[in-house]
Design a protein around this ligand. Structure first.
Ligand code: ADE
Length: 343
């Protein structure tokens, strides 16, 4: 019989974390600004990918005041390639609020943290436990997966019910102190041993004795995921127009997907090379030479763009676009990953 999950479980996991944790830049101290920025970046993004973004962000904006004073374009550029750009806009709003209402001091209670723009239960729980040693669980996909295996819980892992149940249960497992280490132990267990893809490393797991799925040989059946609806597919033709060493870009609408980011001019249709050249002509760019053609697919959470890009040398910087040189493209223009493919 698998052991009952109780204080012994908490202690074992915490001890294991203290010995085996990865050395990550946001784990060097418990400064709320550091933990906050890292937790927001780590939503939807892998640790390896976040590391450099995090270090650059801290170099450019070392504290809450610097974040509050940053302009949108700087923020989007620092976030370029991470996706879900509203995350950084919300952080900016929260930073302004903290500076205006709290003289720059990060709030300490779970409720106050949760009330900040862009901070949900997961992030508030992570910050309150890691920075302020409060027993507030942070339930993300890793933790849900770990618990679905420990309990052989077949509830759809994406359901609000599963999350609520695990949150309430976890709350009772938090220690008197060392709450942050317990939060990170669960995250670390999910990342290093109780992995989502491939074979979980149960023989190394500090919680193996407590795990029903391990006992019954069903680990690979968990978590149970209900199949999502298919993503909508959109065909796009992207024109990478160059003229005298500059490239045409334009800013996207203020709302919707990739709001406020820049893009290469494009339309929602599959054009042939001739049609693409005709369009560049119509835009007043005097197309001269079709240099290259590239196709790729970019997957967002709800849609997929099937893109064909035409690289066209032009005689006129027309179209009402912003024509940016290499330095501007590199340092100033925030271009989402979907378009970075064409650079
Ligand atoms: N994923 C989410 N939060 C994390 C953290 N603090 N460390 C490593 N991976 C994480």
């Amino acid at each position: 019989m698998a052991k009952e999950i109780n204080g012994e479980f908490t202690q074992r996991l915490t001890d294991w974390y203290r010995k085996n944790r990865r050395s990550l830049p946001w784990r060097e101290d418990h400064e709320p600004y550091h933990v906050w920025v890292s937790e927001i970046m780590l939503q939807q993004t892998r640790v390896e990918a976040v590391r450099d973004y995090y270090l650059r962000f801290m170099r450019e904006l070392p504290d809450i005041r610097a974040l509050a004073e940053a302009d949108e374009q700087t923020l989007l550029k620092l976030w370029e390639g991470l996706g879900y750009y509203n995350r950084v806009r919300n952080m900016h709003r929260a930073a302004v609020q903290i500076v205006e209402e709290k003289d720059g001091r990060f709030p300490q209670s779970y409720e106050e943290i949760l009330a900040l723009p862009g901070i949900g239960e997961y992030t508030a729980g992570a910050i309150a436990s890691i920075c302020f040693d409060q027993g507030s669980p942070a339930v993300d996909g890793n933790v849900l997966r770990v618990f679905s295996r420990l309990y052989e819980d077949r509830t759809d892992i994406k359901s609000a019910a599963a999350k609520k149940r695990i949150r309430a249960y976890l709350q009772s497992l938090y220690p008197e102190s060392g709450c942050g280490d317990f939060t990170q132990a669960l995250i670390e267990l999910g990342a290093l041993l109780c992995v989502p893809k491939g074979i979980p490393k149960c023989s190394l797991c500090p919680a193996a004795e407590f795990c029903r799925a391990r006992e019954n040989g069903t680990v690979q059946e968990f978590p149970v995921k209900v199949k999502k609806k298919e993503r909508k597919k959109i065909s796009k033709t992207v024109l990478i127009l160059s003229c005298e060493g500059k490239t045409a870009v334009r800013q996207r609408e203020k709302d919707g997907l990739l709001a406020g980011m820049y893009e290469f001019p494009n339309i929602d249709a599959q054009l042939t090379a001739e049609q693409a050249l005709a369009l560049a002509e119509q835009w007043g760019c005097e197309p001269r030479d079709l240099r290259r053609q590239l196709s790729c697919t970019h997957v967002f959470s709800h849609v997929e763009w099937e893109m064909t890009g035409y690289f066209i040398a032009c005689g006129a910087a027309g179209g009402g676009f912003r024509w940016a040189d290499d330095r501007e493209m590199k340092e100033e223009i925030p271009l989402p990953s979907a378009f970075l493919y064409f650079i």
